[in-house]
Write a new protein. Structure first.
Length: 61
């Protein structure tokens, strides 16, 4: 596996897993056309929140 394959995987994950939920959240709060950076940051926050919720459920908090 070379560097191009690594970057392809990261780009794929960012474009198809991280940005869409971020874009959706921003659209729900009233931004009809969110920027790429805003979608990325919001998507990262969304997934961090999901991980914390799953972690809390597993530990029984």
């Amino acid at each position: 596996m070379d560097d191009d394959d690594d970057w392809f995987l990261i780009k794929f994950l960012v474009e198809n897993v991280i940005k869409p939920p971020g874009r959706w959240v921003l659209e729900q709060i009233g931004d009809p056309r969110p920027t790429e950076i805003a979608s990325l940051v919001t998507g990262l926050a969304f997934w961090a929140f999901v991980v914390v919720l799953v972690f809390a459920l597993v530990l029984g908090w």
